[in-house]
Design a protein around this ligand. Structure first.
Ligand SMILES: Nc1ncnc2c1ncn2[C@@H]1O[C@H](COP(=O)(O)OP(=O)(O)OP(=O)(O)O)[C@@H](O)[C@H]1O
Ligand SMILES: [Mg+2]
Length: 502
């Protein structure tokens, strides 16, 4: 009887437990369904907040503001929460389907549902946290990029007049010319001038909303501009963004702003429309200023004003050389001073050559060293320390000439003595006599010669001579031409032209 009664008690207990479990399961079931529904609602709200924030970020981007790291971190946390929600909802749906299809062990179901509910509650909590954090998030903490940047430059001599002219073009309200081309030979100081202007605008103040400096690359003109403008304005795009897409963003960001775009070292014609940079006009009062070695390129780029940077006057050339030399005491020796003056004259006011040679001579303390330097500079200038660099820079202009004929005609000009003004008419006759210019289809070779002279002048490889009817070759350019003619120094001993008449 004891045995039966204990069996009955056991059965009753088991029945009770199973009823309790069933009750708990039923409770979980309703809790889980409710939690899933809460999760869906909360995720929907979070997505709406995220989409609103993204719209604000896009608008800020166009205005040149970038989003903060805090915003980025929040957005990625939202993304992670979304992924978690998707996975939970997927699991829940699959479970519901399976439950409908076949009955499963009640305790297995209860256990899995319990786990799922825990996950749902955890995700719900983090979503609620994210919703709360969104209230403190500002999109514009990245602030607009600085409107301008000063460029460190060494002391500049003798460009006051040019600075004044450019200053007027850029700062006078009534000045309407929007595209300004600054041209001149390699190493004459075009970049330096534009850097000085950039800095002066910053220190003295200006009326532009933004100054944008772009150092151009020779091959990827438009692309370089887009990158630099994008970086300056804090615009963002991914690698796959097309040129047109970038142009569209740049246009939207710049069209409301008064900008000054400074393009340094342009070699190829640039289509501003392709970059998205709005064309400067009377209404927007924006300006584009660029430097180039080619006067012809100024015209191609539609420059309404072309300014040539000229060689330094004697006194400034001397100042620049001595400044770079840094040893005024050396010049107390009359002989060293005489040779220093000869060297400066040889540089013909070309700043690049002046600072190169000033630097090369800075530690030469004996008269003998100065005599040697003068001799080398006279005979084989490429062998002077640093002159290979000067010639390498000039070679870009030579290589950029349109044809071999033009290159041959250029080299020919080095046959004339240093500082010699050459009658164009005579030069062209020589070219015809040499057989460079051959008449074909009735084209007059003399006029063709004048055309080529024009090309060489536009490339800043020939200068106007003492008279308008004459041209001359700058000393350093002539040394470069002789170096090119000797196959870059390989046949220097075979040169029959005296480098100078000294
Ligand atoms: N007026 C100046 N005063 C002092 N230094 C100068 C001046 N002009 C140019 N320089 C110096 O001469 C060198 C060449 O100048 P810069 O680079 O401005 O020439 P560039 O005309 O831009 O040449 P490129 O055609 O090769 O671009 C630089 O080291 C620069 O610091
Ligand atoms: Mg330059």
């Amino acid at each position: 009887m004891d045995c039966i009664s204990s069996l009955l008690v056991g059965l009753a207990q088991a029945l009770c437990e199973s009823m309790n479990m069933a009750e708990r399961r039923a409770g979980h079931k309703t809790d889980l369904k409710q939690a899933i529904s809460d999760l869906e609602t909360a995720t929907g709200e979070l997505k709406a907040i995220r989409d609103d924030l993204n719209l604000r970020i896009q608008r800020d981007n166009l205005e040149g503001r970038s989003c903060t790291n805090r915003v980025r971190e929040w957005l990625s946390a939202v993304q992670a929460a979304e992924v978690r929600t998707e996975s939970i909802l997927g699991r829940f749906m699959r479970r519901e389907q399976r439950k409908r299809a076949r009955r499963r062990c009640l305790s297995c179901l209860g256990c899995a549902e319990y786990k799922l509910s825990k996950k749902v509650l955890g995700t719900l909590k983090s979503i609620n946290d994210l919703r709360q954090r969104s209230e403190d998030i500002e999109t514009d903490g990245g602030s607009i990029q600085e409107t301008s940047m000063e460029i460190p430059i060494k002391s500049v001599v003798g460009n006051t007049t040019m600075m004044e002219r450019v200053w007027e073009l850029l700062s006078k309200e009534e000045e309407e010319r929007g595209i300004i081309g600054i041209y001149g030979p390699g190493g004459v100081g075009k970049t330096t001038l534009m850097q000085s202007i950039n800095n002066e605008l910053i220190t003295k103040g200006h009326q532009y909303d933004v100054l944008i400096w772009v150092t151009m690359s020779r091959e990827f003109g438009e692309c370089t501009i887009q990158q630099a403008v994008g970086a300056r304005l804090g615009l963002s795009w991914d690698e796959k963004e097309t040129g047109e897409g970038r142009a569209f963003k740049i246009y939207r960001a710049l069209k409301q702003r008064r900008f000054l775009l400074l393009l340094d070292d342009v070699w190829e014609e640039i289509d501003l429309d392709k970059t998205g940079v709005p064309r400067p006009d009377r209404e927007n009062k924006c300006k584009v200023m660029f430097t180039t070695r080619s006067m012809a390129l100024c015209s191609k780029m539609g420059a309404e004003c072309k300014l040539r940077v000229d060689f330094l006057e004697k006194q400034y050339a001397w100042e620049l050389f001595c400044g770079k030399l840094g040893r005024r005491d050396l010049l107390e020796s009359p002989l060293i001073r005489r040779h220093a003056e000869t060297i400066v004259t040889k540089c013909g006011g070309l700043p690049l050559a002046l600072i190169t040679l000033g630097g090369a001579m800075a530690h030469r303390e004996t008269e003998e060293e100065w005599i040697h330097a003068s001799e080398v500079l006279n005979r084989f200038p490429a062998e002077m320390k640093g002159m290979d660099y000067v010639f390498a820079l000039l070679k870009f202009s030579y290589d950029n000439l349109e044809s071999d004929l033009l290159r041959t005609c250029f080299l020919y000009c080095a046959l004339f003595p240093e500082d010699h003004s050459i009658e164009i008419e005579q030069l062209v006759e020589y070219w015809v006599g040499e057989g460079f210019l051959i008449s074909s289809h009735g084209v007059n070779t003399i006029y063709q010669g004048y055309f080529l002279v024009g090309d060489l002048k536009a490339a800043c490889l020939l200068e106007t001579g003492d008279e308008k009817t004459q041209v001359k070759m700058h000393n350093v350019v002539r040394s470069f031409a002789l170096w090119m003619a000797s196959e870059q120094g390989t046949y220097k001993e075979l040169i029959l032209v005296e480098p100078s008449m000294d």
